[in-house]
Design a binder for this molecule. Structure first.
Ligand code: PLP
Length: 414
Protein backbone atom coordinates (compact mmCIF):
# COMPACT_ATOMS: atom_id res chain seq x y z
CA UNK A 1 0.00 0.00 0.00
CA UNK A 2 1.46 3.35 -0.99
CA UNK A 3 1.30 6.41 1.26
CA UNK A 4 -1.62 8.83 1.25
CA UNK A 5 0.11 11.56 -0.79
CA UNK A 6 1.21 9.14 -3.48
CA UNK A 7 -2.33 7.77 -3.73
CA UNK A 8 -3.84 11.26 -3.68
CA UNK A 9 -1.62 12.48 -6.52
CA UNK A 10 -2.31 9.43 -8.64
CA UNK A 11 -6.02 9.36 -7.87
CA UNK A 12 -6.55 13.00 -8.69
CA UNK A 13 -4.53 12.92 -11.91
CA UNK A 14 -6.51 10.29 -13.79
CA UNK A 15 -8.84 11.64 -16.45
CA UNK A 16 -11.61 9.52 -17.89
CA UNK A 17 -11.21 8.39 -21.45
CA UNK A 18 -14.52 8.78 -23.19
CA UNK A 19 -15.73 7.73 -26.62
CA UNK A 20 -18.05 10.73 -27.15
CA UNK A 21 -16.90 14.06 -28.50
CA UNK A 22 -17.80 16.99 -26.21
CA UNK A 23 -19.61 19.81 -28.04
CA UNK A 24 -17.25 22.39 -26.49
CA UNK A 25 -13.48 22.10 -26.70
CA UNK A 26 -12.22 20.74 -23.35
CA UNK A 27 -9.83 22.91 -21.35
CA UNK A 28 -6.63 20.89 -21.10
CA UNK A 29 -5.50 22.72 -17.97
CA UNK A 30 -2.17 20.98 -17.68
CA UNK A 31 1.48 21.85 -18.18
CA UNK A 32 2.49 18.26 -18.87
CA UNK A 33 1.24 15.18 -20.73
CA UNK A 34 2.61 11.79 -19.77
CA UNK A 35 3.57 8.94 -22.07
CA UNK A 36 3.53 5.15 -21.76
CA UNK A 37 7.29 4.78 -22.23
CA UNK A 38 10.50 6.71 -22.80
CA UNK A 39 10.21 5.85 -26.46
CA UNK A 40 6.62 7.14 -26.62
CA UNK A 41 7.65 10.42 -24.94
CA UNK A 42 10.50 10.83 -27.41
CA UNK A 43 8.01 10.25 -30.22
CA UNK A 44 5.63 12.85 -28.77
CA UNK A 45 8.31 15.58 -28.87
CA UNK A 46 9.57 14.61 -32.33
CA UNK A 47 8.98 17.38 -34.84
CA UNK A 48 6.17 16.63 -37.26
CA UNK A 49 4.28 18.64 -39.89
CA UNK A 50 2.40 21.41 -38.05
CA UNK A 51 4.27 21.02 -34.76
CA UNK A 52 5.07 17.91 -32.77
CA UNK A 53 3.90 14.32 -33.16
CA UNK A 54 2.16 14.36 -29.76
CA UNK A 55 1.80 16.33 -26.56
CA UNK A 56 4.41 16.47 -23.80
CA UNK A 57 4.61 20.00 -22.44
CA UNK A 58 2.13 22.84 -22.97
CA UNK A 59 4.70 25.37 -24.18
CA UNK A 60 5.33 23.00 -27.08
CA UNK A 61 1.67 22.33 -27.68
CA UNK A 62 -1.68 22.02 -25.95
CA UNK A 63 -4.87 20.63 -27.52
CA UNK A 64 -7.09 23.54 -26.42
CA UNK A 65 -4.63 26.11 -27.75
CA UNK A 66 -4.20 24.13 -30.98
CA UNK A 67 -7.97 24.00 -31.42
CA UNK A 68 -8.04 27.82 -31.42
CA UNK A 69 -5.30 28.04 -34.06
CA UNK A 70 -7.18 25.52 -36.20
CA UNK A 71 -10.50 27.36 -35.80
CA UNK A 72 -9.15 30.73 -36.91
CA UNK A 73 -7.24 29.10 -39.79
CA UNK A 74 -10.51 27.61 -40.98
CA UNK A 75 -12.34 30.94 -40.75
CA UNK A 76 -9.54 32.74 -42.61
CA UNK A 77 -9.21 30.02 -45.28
CA UNK A 78 -5.62 29.33 -44.19
CA UNK A 79 -3.63 26.13 -44.26
CA UNK A 80 -2.56 26.51 -40.61
CA UNK A 81 -3.02 28.66 -37.53
CA UNK A 82 -1.30 29.11 -34.21
CA UNK A 83 -2.44 30.88 -31.05
CA UNK A 84 -0.21 32.84 -28.68
CA UNK A 85 -0.48 34.76 -25.41
CA UNK A 86 -1.61 38.11 -26.89
CA UNK A 87 -1.89 40.04 -30.11
CA UNK A 88 1.52 41.60 -29.50
CA UNK A 89 3.00 38.14 -28.84
CA UNK A 90 1.60 37.06 -32.22
CA UNK A 91 3.02 40.12 -34.00
CA UNK A 92 6.40 39.76 -32.28
CA UNK A 93 6.75 36.03 -32.99
CA UNK A 94 5.66 36.48 -36.59
CA UNK A 95 8.19 39.23 -37.27
CA UNK A 96 10.93 37.34 -35.42
CA UNK A 97 10.21 34.30 -37.61
CA UNK A 98 10.76 36.41 -40.74
CA UNK A 99 13.51 38.91 -39.89
CA UNK A 100 17.25 38.84 -39.44
CA UNK A 101 19.75 41.54 -38.52
CA UNK A 102 19.92 44.20 -41.23
CA UNK A 103 16.50 43.43 -42.70
CA UNK A 104 14.04 46.10 -43.69
CA UNK A 105 10.30 46.51 -43.11
CA UNK A 106 7.90 48.85 -44.85
CA UNK A 107 4.90 49.50 -42.61
CA UNK A 108 1.68 51.42 -42.78
CA UNK A 109 2.19 54.65 -40.85
CA UNK A 110 -1.31 54.34 -39.39
CA UNK A 111 -0.29 51.42 -37.20
CA UNK A 112 -1.20 50.38 -33.65
CA UNK A 113 1.03 52.22 -31.13
CA UNK A 114 2.60 49.12 -29.52
CA UNK A 115 3.36 47.72 -32.97
CA UNK A 116 5.03 50.98 -33.93
CA UNK A 117 7.05 50.79 -30.72
CA UNK A 118 7.95 47.11 -31.35
CA UNK A 119 9.17 47.95 -34.83
CA UNK A 120 11.18 51.02 -33.89
CA UNK A 121 12.32 50.47 -30.31
CA UNK A 122 12.74 46.69 -30.17
CA UNK A 123 13.53 45.52 -33.70
CA UNK A 124 15.41 48.77 -34.31
CA UNK A 125 17.94 47.75 -31.64
CA UNK A 126 18.72 44.64 -33.64
CA UNK A 127 19.46 46.50 -36.86
CA UNK A 128 16.04 46.08 -38.44
CA UNK A 129 14.97 49.31 -40.12
CA UNK A 130 11.33 50.27 -40.65
CA UNK A 131 10.07 52.84 -43.12
CA UNK A 132 6.53 54.09 -42.44
CA UNK A 133 4.39 54.98 -45.44
CA UNK A 134 0.90 56.18 -46.27
CA UNK A 135 -0.62 52.97 -47.58
CA UNK A 136 -3.30 54.92 -49.41
CA UNK A 137 -0.54 56.22 -51.69
CA UNK A 138 0.34 53.10 -53.69
CA UNK A 139 3.08 54.83 -55.68
CA UNK A 140 4.79 55.83 -52.41
CA UNK A 141 4.46 52.26 -51.11
CA UNK A 142 6.02 50.89 -54.29
CA UNK A 143 8.86 53.43 -54.09
CA UNK A 144 9.53 52.46 -50.46
CA UNK A 145 9.41 48.71 -51.10
CA UNK A 146 11.63 49.05 -54.18
CA UNK A 147 14.13 51.44 -52.56
CA UNK A 148 16.06 48.56 -50.91
CA UNK A 149 15.46 44.84 -50.39
CA UNK A 150 12.37 44.68 -48.17
CA UNK A 151 11.58 41.58 -46.12
CA UNK A 152 8.11 42.53 -44.84
CA UNK A 153 5.28 44.79 -45.93
CA UNK A 154 3.29 45.29 -42.71
CA UNK A 155 -0.36 46.31 -43.00
CA UNK A 156 -3.50 46.67 -40.91
CA UNK A 157 -6.74 45.87 -42.78
CA UNK A 158 -8.49 48.72 -40.97
CA UNK A 159 -5.96 50.85 -39.19
CA UNK A 160 -5.79 51.87 -35.59
CA UNK A 161 -6.99 54.54 -34.82
CA UNK A 162 -7.74 56.50 -37.99
CA UNK A 163 -9.85 53.78 -39.67
CA UNK A 164 -7.82 53.83 -42.91
CA UNK A 165 -8.72 50.83 -45.08
CA UNK A 166 -5.83 49.07 -46.85
CA UNK A 167 -6.33 47.90 -50.43
CA UNK A 168 -5.02 44.44 -49.63
CA UNK A 169 -5.01 43.14 -53.23
CA UNK A 170 -3.14 46.12 -54.68
CA UNK A 171 -0.66 46.31 -51.80
CA UNK A 172 -0.01 42.55 -51.83
CA UNK A 173 0.67 42.76 -55.58
CA UNK A 174 3.25 45.51 -54.96
CA UNK A 175 4.95 43.40 -52.26
CA UNK A 176 4.99 40.35 -54.52
CA UNK A 177 6.68 42.28 -57.33
CA UNK A 178 9.54 43.06 -54.93
CA UNK A 179 9.75 39.79 -53.00
CA UNK A 180 8.39 41.11 -49.68
CA UNK A 181 6.21 39.01 -47.36
CA UNK A 182 2.83 40.58 -46.64
CA UNK A 183 1.85 40.52 -42.95
CA UNK A 184 -1.63 41.84 -42.19
CA UNK A 185 -3.01 42.67 -38.75
CA UNK A 186 -6.72 42.13 -39.36
CA UNK A 187 -7.84 42.66 -35.76
CA UNK A 188 -10.29 45.51 -36.55
CA UNK A 189 -11.92 43.53 -39.36
CA UNK A 190 -12.09 40.06 -37.82
CA UNK A 191 -12.41 37.11 -40.22
CA UNK A 192 -16.09 38.00 -40.67
CA UNK A 193 -15.44 41.19 -42.67
CA UNK A 194 -12.62 40.00 -44.95
CA UNK A 195 -10.18 37.13 -45.46
CA UNK A 196 -6.88 38.87 -46.32
CA UNK A 197 -5.23 35.67 -47.64
CA UNK A 198 -7.75 35.72 -50.51
CA UNK A 199 -6.41 39.18 -51.38
CA UNK A 200 -2.80 38.04 -51.56
CA UNK A 201 -1.58 38.41 -47.97
CA UNK A 202 0.90 35.80 -46.73
CA UNK A 203 0.26 35.96 -42.99
CA UNK A 204 -2.76 37.26 -41.06
CA UNK A 205 -2.63 38.18 -37.38
CA UNK A 206 -5.45 38.85 -34.94
CA UNK A 207 -5.42 40.19 -31.44
CA UNK A 208 -7.94 37.62 -30.17
CA UNK A 209 -8.40 39.94 -27.20
CA UNK A 210 -10.76 41.95 -29.43
CA UNK A 211 -13.57 40.73 -31.70
CA UNK A 212 -12.66 37.02 -31.76
CA UNK A 213 -13.26 36.65 -28.03
CA UNK A 214 -15.51 39.71 -27.92
CA UNK A 215 -16.10 40.19 -24.20
CA UNK A 216 -12.98 42.01 -22.88
CA UNK A 217 -12.23 39.12 -20.54
CA UNK A 218 -9.17 37.47 -22.07
CA UNK A 219 -5.89 38.24 -23.88
CA UNK A 220 -4.82 36.21 -26.90
CA UNK A 221 -3.35 36.36 -30.39
CA UNK A 222 -3.56 34.18 -33.48
CA UNK A 223 -1.38 33.87 -36.59
CA UNK A 224 -2.58 32.11 -39.76
CA UNK A 225 -0.98 31.41 -43.11
CA UNK A 226 0.66 28.55 -44.97
CA UNK A 227 1.92 25.62 -42.91
CA UNK A 228 5.63 26.44 -43.24
CA UNK A 229 5.23 30.07 -42.16
CA UNK A 230 2.98 29.19 -39.23
CA UNK A 231 5.39 26.44 -38.17
CA UNK A 232 8.19 29.02 -38.12
CA UNK A 233 6.07 31.20 -35.79
CA UNK A 234 5.39 28.18 -33.56
CA UNK A 235 9.15 27.52 -33.28
CA UNK A 236 9.77 31.13 -32.22
CA UNK A 237 7.05 30.83 -29.59
CA UNK A 238 8.55 27.59 -28.25
CA UNK A 239 11.89 29.41 -27.90
CA UNK A 240 10.52 32.68 -26.52
CA UNK A 241 7.61 31.41 -24.43
CA UNK A 242 4.61 33.64 -25.15
CA UNK A 243 2.37 30.62 -24.64
CA UNK A 244 -1.41 31.02 -24.55
CA UNK A 245 -3.05 29.53 -21.46
CA UNK A 246 -5.60 26.75 -22.12
CA UNK A 247 -8.38 28.62 -20.30
CA UNK A 248 -7.67 31.73 -22.40
CA UNK A 249 -7.86 29.63 -25.57
CA UNK A 250 -11.19 28.24 -24.39
CA UNK A 251 -12.56 31.74 -23.76
CA UNK A 252 -11.61 32.85 -27.28
CA UNK A 253 -13.16 29.66 -28.71
CA UNK A 254 -16.26 30.50 -26.64
CA UNK A 255 -16.56 33.82 -28.47
CA UNK A 256 -16.05 32.64 -32.04
CA UNK A 257 -19.48 31.03 -32.65
CA UNK A 258 -21.20 34.39 -32.05
CA UNK A 259 -18.70 36.44 -34.08
CA UNK A 260 -21.03 36.93 -37.06
CA UNK A 261 -24.01 37.92 -34.92
CA UNK A 262 -21.89 40.34 -32.92
CA UNK A 263 -20.21 41.89 -35.97
CA UNK A 264 -23.59 42.47 -37.65
CA UNK A 265 -24.86 44.31 -34.57
CA UNK A 266 -21.58 46.22 -34.00
CA UNK A 267 -21.66 47.40 -37.62
CA UNK A 268 -25.37 48.32 -37.67
CA UNK A 269 -25.01 50.47 -34.56
CA UNK A 270 -21.70 51.97 -35.73
CA UNK A 271 -23.25 52.95 -39.08
CA UNK A 272 -26.20 54.64 -37.38
CA UNK A 273 -23.97 56.53 -34.92
CA UNK A 274 -21.47 57.57 -37.60
CA UNK A 275 -24.22 59.03 -39.81
CA UNK A 276 -25.74 60.85 -36.82
CA UNK A 277 -22.41 62.17 -35.51
CA UNK A 278 -21.53 63.57 -38.92
CA UNK A 279 -24.55 65.89 -38.68
CA UNK A 280 -23.81 67.19 -35.17
CA UNK A 281 -22.42 70.66 -34.39
CA UNK A 282 -18.91 70.51 -32.94
CA UNK A 283 -17.96 67.42 -34.95
CA UNK A 284 -15.20 68.24 -37.43
CA UNK A 285 -14.90 64.82 -39.05
CA UNK A 286 -16.13 61.24 -38.68
CA UNK A 287 -13.94 58.44 -39.98
CA UNK A 288 -16.11 55.41 -40.79
CA UNK A 289 -15.74 53.31 -43.97
CA UNK A 290 -19.52 53.01 -44.30
CA UNK A 291 -19.89 56.78 -44.82
CA UNK A 292 -19.64 58.11 -48.38
CA UNK A 293 -17.35 60.84 -46.95
CA UNK A 294 -14.70 58.21 -46.07
CA UNK A 295 -11.81 58.37 -48.55
CA UNK A 296 -11.83 54.58 -49.05
CA UNK A 297 -15.61 54.13 -49.02
CA UNK A 298 -15.63 52.50 -52.47
CA UNK A 299 -12.75 50.18 -51.57
CA UNK A 300 -14.38 49.25 -48.25
CA UNK A 301 -17.70 48.50 -49.98
CA UNK A 302 -15.86 46.20 -52.38
CA UNK A 303 -13.49 44.49 -49.96
CA UNK A 304 -15.36 44.28 -46.66
CA UNK A 305 -18.58 42.39 -45.96
CA UNK A 306 -19.54 45.24 -43.57
CA UNK A 307 -17.81 48.53 -42.63
CA UNK A 308 -17.21 47.19 -39.11
CA UNK A 309 -17.74 48.43 -35.58
CA UNK A 310 -14.89 50.94 -35.27
CA UNK A 311 -15.13 54.64 -35.94
CA UNK A 312 -13.11 57.72 -35.11
CA UNK A 313 -14.33 61.24 -34.45
CA UNK A 314 -12.42 64.50 -34.59
CA UNK A 315 -14.05 67.23 -32.56
CA UNK A 316 -13.76 70.85 -33.61
CA UNK A 317 -12.48 71.80 -30.13
CA UNK A 318 -9.36 69.58 -30.35
CA UNK A 319 -7.75 67.98 -27.31
CA UNK A 320 -9.86 69.81 -24.66
CA UNK A 321 -13.12 68.94 -26.39
CA UNK A 322 -12.00 65.31 -26.90
CA UNK A 323 -11.28 64.82 -23.21
CA UNK A 324 -14.52 66.58 -22.19
CA UNK A 325 -16.53 64.37 -24.55
CA UNK A 326 -15.15 61.23 -22.91
CA UNK A 327 -15.67 62.60 -19.40
CA UNK A 328 -19.25 63.56 -20.23
CA UNK A 329 -20.28 60.03 -21.21
CA UNK A 330 -22.13 57.69 -18.87
CA UNK A 331 -22.45 54.41 -20.84
CA UNK A 332 -19.10 53.62 -22.50
CA UNK A 333 -16.32 52.09 -20.48
CA UNK A 334 -13.42 54.47 -19.94
CA UNK A 335 -10.70 52.02 -20.89
CA UNK A 336 -8.32 51.24 -23.73
CA UNK A 337 -9.37 48.14 -25.63
CA UNK A 338 -11.84 47.47 -28.47
CA UNK A 339 -13.94 44.79 -30.12
CA UNK A 340 -16.04 44.17 -27.02
CA UNK A 341 -19.65 43.93 -25.93
CA UNK A 342 -18.94 47.26 -24.17
CA UNK A 343 -18.70 50.48 -26.14
CA UNK A 344 -15.22 51.84 -25.49
CA UNK A 345 -14.24 55.41 -26.28
CA UNK A 346 -10.51 56.07 -26.22
CA UNK A 347 -8.58 59.28 -26.55
CA UNK A 348 -5.81 58.01 -28.85
CA UNK A 349 -3.11 60.50 -27.87
CA UNK A 350 -3.31 59.54 -24.19
CA UNK A 351 -4.05 55.79 -24.44
CA UNK A 352 -3.46 53.58 -27.52
CA UNK A 353 -0.77 55.83 -28.97
CA UNK A 354 0.67 57.18 -25.74
CA UNK A 355 4.16 56.05 -26.80
CA UNK A 356 4.14 58.58 -29.63
CA UNK A 357 5.39 62.16 -29.27
CA UNK A 358 3.66 65.11 -30.94
CA UNK A 359 5.70 64.73 -34.15
CA UNK A 360 5.06 60.98 -34.35
CA UNK A 361 1.33 61.54 -33.74
CA UNK A 362 1.25 64.02 -36.59
CA UNK A 363 3.25 61.63 -38.79
CA UNK A 364 0.69 58.90 -38.06
CA UNK A 365 -2.10 61.30 -39.02
CA UNK A 366 -3.59 61.37 -35.50
CA UNK A 367 -5.20 64.67 -34.51
CA UNK A 368 -4.70 65.57 -30.80
CA UNK A 369 -8.45 65.41 -30.14
CA UNK A 370 -9.10 62.21 -32.07
CA UNK A 371 -11.48 59.81 -30.32
CA UNK A 372 -11.53 56.16 -31.26
CA UNK A 373 -14.90 54.54 -30.68
CA UNK A 374 -15.36 50.80 -30.52
CA UNK A 375 -19.12 50.45 -30.77
CA UNK A 376 -20.41 47.75 -28.43
CA UNK A 377 -23.64 45.81 -28.28
CA UNK A 378 -25.65 48.26 -26.16
CA UNK A 379 -28.88 49.70 -27.61
CA UNK A 380 -28.16 52.22 -30.36
CA UNK A 381 -30.68 54.77 -29.01
CA UNK A 382 -28.98 54.77 -25.59
CA UNK A 383 -25.55 55.30 -27.14
CA UNK A 384 -26.82 58.12 -29.34
CA UNK A 385 -28.36 59.89 -26.35
CA UNK A 386 -25.13 59.47 -24.39
CA UNK A 387 -22.98 60.74 -27.27
CA UNK A 388 -25.33 63.76 -27.38
CA UNK A 389 -24.39 64.43 -23.75
CA UNK A 390 -20.71 63.98 -24.60
CA UNK A 391 -20.97 66.48 -27.42
CA UNK A 392 -22.70 69.01 -25.17
CA UNK A 393 -19.84 68.65 -22.65
CA UNK A 394 -17.31 69.01 -25.44
CA UNK A 395 -18.95 72.18 -26.73
CA UNK A 396 -19.09 73.65 -23.22
CA UNK A 397 -15.44 72.81 -22.59
CA UNK A 398 -14.29 74.22 -25.91
CA UNK A 399 -16.24 77.39 -25.11
CA UNK A 400 -14.92 77.39 -21.53
CA UNK A 401 -18.49 77.46 -20.11
CA UNK A 402 -18.10 75.15 -17.13
CA UNK A 403 -15.71 72.54 -15.75
CA UNK A 404 -16.46 68.99 -16.83
CA UNK A 405 -16.87 66.25 -14.25
CA UNK A 406 -17.19 62.65 -15.34
CA UNK A 407 -20.80 61.73 -14.76
CA UNK A 408 -20.15 58.26 -13.34
CA UNK A 409 -20.22 54.83 -14.86
CA UNK A 410 -23.82 53.76 -14.32
CA UNK A 411 -25.98 53.58 -17.46
CA UNK A 412 -28.24 56.56 -17.94
CA UNK A 413 -32.02 55.91 -17.88
CA UNK A 414 -32.68 56.94 -21.50
C1 PLP B 1 -4.82 46.52 -34.20
C2 PLP B 1 -4.23 45.91 -32.97
N1 PLP B 1 -3.29 44.96 -33.12
C3 PLP B 1 -2.72 44.37 -32.05
C4 PLP B 1 -3.05 44.73 -30.77
C5 PLP B 1 -2.37 44.07 -29.62
O1 PLP B 1 -3.20 43.12 -29.05
P1 PLP B 1 -3.01 42.57 -27.54
O2 PLP B 1 -3.41 43.69 -26.64
O3 PLP B 1 -3.88 41.37 -27.52
O4 PLP B 1 -1.56 42.25 -27.39
C6 PLP B 1 -4.04 45.70 -30.58
C7 PLP B 1 -4.43 46.08 -29.21
O5 PLP B 1 -5.16 47.02 -28.99
C8 PLP B 1 -4.64 46.31 -31.70
O6 PLP B 1 -5.56 47.27 -31.57
Amino acid sequence: MTGFSTRAIRAASRSREIAQRPTSVPIYQTATFSAESVEALAEAVAEAPGGYAGYAYSRLGNPTVDALGDAVAELEGAEAGFALASGMAAIHATLLSLLSVGDRIVSTRAVYGSTQSLLVRTFGRFGVATEFVDIGDHAAVERAVAAAPTRVLYLETISNPTIVVADLSALSAIARRHGATVVVDSTFASPYLVRPLEHGADIVIHSATKYLSGHSDVLGGVVVGDAARVDAVRKVQVDTGATLAPLAAFLVLRGIPTLAVRMERHAATAAALAAWLEEQPGVARVHYPGLTSHPQHALASRMLRLPGGMLAVELAGGRVAGAAFVDGLTIPELTASLGSIHTIVAHAASTTHRQLGADQLAAAGIAPGLLRISVGLEDAEDLQADFGRGLASARDAAGGARPIVRAGSSPSPV
